[in-house]
Design a protein around this ligand. Structure first.
Ligand code: ADP
Ligand code: MG
Ligand code: MG
Length: 897
């Protein structure tokens, strides 16, 4: 029987084995094989972890495998684990495939006990202080990690020791102090763990290993994975690494560094160093670190070697790396590296630098940045040059920079917004009742809940700025205030929240438009900053690379113009319903109330010139590019006043003996037209078939506007789109009528505009009978919002605020199907429609006009599914362009989570 190999020496691994060895283990192996100074060690695989978590015990063969690798390690080091005279010590380190900062556990100095502590001191040249310091760290870390001893118990003890001696820093404690501290720690350990601190080194190592395995399922790790969408079943590897010591004195120390600035992408190393310290001391902030430059003054040899290694790593990984290192008495050791996390701006800037440095090509650079990062760069940002006071930091749930007066209830938010005030809705958490307030507010701040909380999900859906889970803030709704760090904020006080960073500021922080948007708008030159240069270069490449065209959803000249500057290659969805609002509502009322054909026709005749002007404006802005105009879609009663308002008006009039007149007619119409499920009622193509002349008027307006703009020398390219078709007969009826109107306008004006006639595919039946529908359609455009609603059988407005959070928690979907296309279900309808539509009509033009057209993941799907274009709101056009380029490259790839 072949047994699984569960343990790999560092020399046996490499960076591609992250699934098996975890990120830390795979990269330690990579560095080992590069010949870098990595302390020897081995990795216990994620497979072993999975067996342990599934079966509650480690695999049978593991014990012996570890013993064999430990023996090799002991031989290489010339010492035995925990030997009384000259002990080998090891660290037991977690390391999952994706880094989960601070989520999991590591134990240092394993192998120390009451005897080997003396041996360690002797080996360090009689350095008792160092040995006892290492021992107390072991008991502390082991106690916390393996036996759940509360960390504060140890922290109090060390604080007491410092206080007794009247010193501030742990380095001021001498060997005797630390020896006493070890006694205190052992007592704390026993009190909580109900056993003595284990003296057997191998038992220490095995218990620590299991504790690391277990830490995979710690609450905070589970929560983090859910937020970062890291699969729950990966498990963690465990790395056993020979200890090197940064706490041997002033000629030793430990540090972290980045090969470039991860905030801006600027070239040059960044890092922190701490003398006479071990492991986590650097990030824990127990003493002030010095900047990496100072290491050059402290220990030039180690510094130079470190610079060399960092350059080597960048060349090897062809990317920004972050590292952990330790200097032991003038000897440099590398303890960790990985491709480092970075901000959106740094991602673009670094990718561009790496092209110049010849390390990567344009494809790779484009692949390394994402549409999500580009979107972040397009939000207006706070100008923090005036150093505003930061009062809290929560989870960056939905990007943007929002400023407003604090309110604590949805009602207050609505009232303030009605009065023209800008407000930030502050809640402990939100629920569906808060929805009107969330809509009215500039931004939302909650003290509880993560990236999938109600507030976060709904805010993202609305594109509203949101910071959630800012747990330093204590919200007192009934008291009408919140407190944080000794400050109190009452209703009406101004705060600023940054949904891209999670930061919360006191007062009004000035907002500046994003430089990337200014560049897209054409008001910033390509070379105005390293970021703009990088964005320009990568976007240019994406445009060359992509097969999908990108259009925009716009229904006026301004939006069309902006979208065009942002790179839109036409309009994929021009909604016409907005053209029936405002003053024109009255004409729609006349249309609805008409009893006779001529009354109806009079109303339509009055609408015609208005519509014509609307279309002409858009054709001018989009001259030379296709403009897809959707005939009217929503139920007509949406244009009438609400039933309650009318009922009240009529009742008041009648009670005071006045004739309610027109209102009574309207009320009767509203009652007559009332629908239980308007989304599934008289709308879309059904309107066109039921209300004589309505669609014909719109088609005429399109044709006449096009003829007019052509006459001005423009190049209008209208495409007429019929919504909500479920059967070819519906479309055919509308098509015949529309062709008639087009021909009539052509012969009258002498201008044939060659408008295409096509349909939306948004009713599941349309997708399933696409082969038939293509007989009558010159193009398809997927309305993925309705297709998702009807495919799932739930309405977006009703479900997003009510049960979606629960569904996300349960993992029924990882992300809302309204945000990102549901590939398995709705995606299948799309694939069927594409295949069957093209089978009927090979040159069928196919696009998508739902907001999914601007969602990065969905763009990749539409590319795969063979669509011709995506269409999205103007601000998402650049995102779609980039993702359409990236979709051409293989969709796997570098993932710096
Ligand atoms: P994390 O993933 O939280 O960074 P690590 O496993 O990297 O945890 O270890 C925590 C700290 O201990 C790091 O600063 C690391 O450099 C240090 N460390 C880990 N193993 C050793 C070792 N063998 N010798 C010295 N320091 C170590
Ligand atoms: Mg680390
Ligand atoms: Mg629709």
């Amino acid at each position: 029987m072949s047994t699984t190999k569960y343990v790999y020496d560092f020399a046996e691994g490499n960076r591609d084995l992250k699934d098996l060895l975890g990120g830390k283990g795979a990269n330690l192996a990579e560095m080992t094989n590069l010949g870098l100074p990595v302390p020897p060690g081995f990795t216990i695989t994620t497979e072993a972890c999975k067996v342990y978590l599934d079966e509650g015990r480690v695999p049978e063969s593991l014990e012996q495998e570890i013993a064999a690798h430990l023996a090799d390690l002991e031989e290489a080091m010339g010492r035995k684990l925990g030997d009384a005279n000259d002990p080998l010590l090891v660290s037991v380190r977690s390391g999952a495939k994706f880094s989960m900062p601070g989520m999991m556990e590591t134990v240092l100095n394993v192998g120390l006990n009451d005897e080997s502590v003396a041996g360690l001191a002797r080996r360090a040249g009689g350095n008792d202080r160092f040995a006892w310091d290492s021992y107390r760290r072991l008991i502390q870390m082991f106690g916390k990690t393996v036996c759940d001893v509360p960390g504060e118990a140890f922290e109090h003890a060390i604080d007491d020791a410092k206080a007794a001696k009247k010193v501030r820093n742990d380095v001021d404690l001498d060997a005797d102090d630390l020896r006493r501290l070890v006694d205190a720690y052992k007592k704390i350990f026993k009190d909580h763990a109900k056993r003595d601190f284990p003296q057997d080194p191998r038992e220490q190592m095995d218990l620590a290993t299991k504790a690391v395995f277990d830490s995979w399922n710690a609450d905070r790790a589970v929560l983090y994975r859910r937020q970062e969408r890291i699969p729950a079943d990966l498990g963690t590897a465990v790395n056993i690494v020979a200890m090197v010591f940064g706490n041997l004195g002033e000629d030793s120390g430990t540090g972290v560094a980045f090969t470039r600035d991860p905030a801006t992408g600027n070239q040059g190393v960044y890092g922190d160093y701490l003398q006479n310290a071990q492991g986590e001391d650097v990030v824990a902030g127990i003493r002030n670190t010095v900047s990496l430059d100072e290491l050059e003054l402290i220990d030039k040899k180690s510094f130079d070697e470190l610079m060399d290694i960092m350059a080597k790593l960048e060349h090897h990984y062809k990317d920004l790396c972050d590292i952990e290192f330790t200097v032991e008495r003038g000897k440099l050791w590398m303890l960790q590296t990985r491709v480092g996390k970075r901000t959106a701006a740094a991602a673009f800037v670094i990718a561009n630098q790496l092209i110049d440095e010849g390390l990567i090509d344009l494809d790779e650079a484009m692949y390394r940045v994402t549409g999500g990062q580009l979107a972040q760069l397009m939000f207006p940002a706070f100008d923090t040059s005036g150093s505003p006071k930061r009062i809290a930091k929560g989870i960056a749930a939905s990007p943007g920079a929002a400023v407003g007066k604090v309110v604590f209830s949805a009602a207050a938010a609505v009232a303030a917004a009605d009065a023209g005030e800008k407000v930030i809705l502050v809640r402990r958490e939100t629920n569906p009742d808060d929805l009107p307030g969330m809509i009215a507010a500039q931004g939302i701040l909650t003290s509880r809940g993560g990236k999938t909380s109600h507030a976060a999900v709904v805010a993202r859906g609305m594109g509203k700025t949101c910071v959630c889970g800012a747990d330093e803030i204590s919200v007192n709704i009934s008291g009408g205030k919140f407190t944080v760090g000794g400050l109190t904020f009452a209703e009406g006080d101004v705060i600023s929240i940054d949904g891209s960073t999670g930061e919360v500021y006191e007062g009004e922080v000035p907002v500046q438009p994003s430089e990337v948007v200014q560049y897209f708008e054409g008001s910033l030159a390509v070379d105005s900053s390293p970021l703009v240069t990088a964005v320009h270069r990568i976007m240019t490449h994406a445009d060359e690379k992509r097969r999908l065209k990108v259009r925009t959803n716009a229904d006026n000249g301004d939006d069309s113009g902006r979208a065009r500057r942002f790179g839109a290659e036409g309009i994929g969805l021009c909604r016409t319903e907005h053209m029936f609002l405002g003053d024109r509502r009255e004409l729609v009322e006349r249309l609805i109330l008409a009893h006779e054909d001529d009354e109806r026709q009079a109303a339509l005749d009055a609408l015609l010139p208005l519509q014509r002007d609307d279309f002409a404006e858009i054709f001018r802005a989009m001259s030379g590019l296709p403009v897809t105009i959707r005939l009217i879609d929503p139920p007509l009663h949406e244009f009438l006043p609400p039933l309650e308002d009318l009922a009240v008006k009529v009742a008041i009039a009648e009670a005071s003996g006045r004739d309610p007149g027109h209102d009574a007619d309207l009320l009767a119409a509203v009652r007559r037209m009332h629908e239980q499920n308007p989304m599934l009622g008289l709308r879309g193509v059904r309107l066109g078939l039921v209300i004589p002349g309505l669609f014909a008027m719109q088609v005429r307006a399109i044709a006449e506007a096009a003829a007019q703009v052509r006459g001005e020398g423009g190049d209008p390219r209208p495409e007429i789109m019929v919504p909500l078709v479920g059967a070819v007969q519906e479309l055919e009826t509308v098509r015949v009528e529309a062709r008639g109107v087009l021909d009539e306008v052509a012969s009258r004006t002498g201008v044939d505009i060659n408008a295409l006639i096509g349909t939306m595919i948004e009713v599941p039946r349309a997708a399933l009978t696409a082969g038939q529908i293509a007989e009558a359609a010159e193009f398809f455009s997927f309305g993925t919002n309705d297709l998702t609603q009807m495919g799932w059988g739930f309405s977006r407005d009703d479900v997003e605020g009510s049960f979606f959070t629960r569904y996300l928690d349960l993992g029924i979907f990882g992300v809302s199907p309204f945000e990102s296309i549901d590939r398995d279900g709705i995606g299948r309808l799309i694939r069927i429609a594409v295949a069957e539509g093209r089978a009927t009509r090979p040159d069928l033009k196919i696009g998508v006009c739902g907001e999914h057209g601007g969602d990065p993941d969905s763009v990749h799907f539409f590319h795969e599914a063979g669509l011709d274009y995506v269409s999205c709101s103007p601000f998402r056009v650049p995102v779609a362009r980039l993702e359409a380029g990236r979709a051409v490259l293989d969709t796997a790839g570098s993932d710096s989570r």
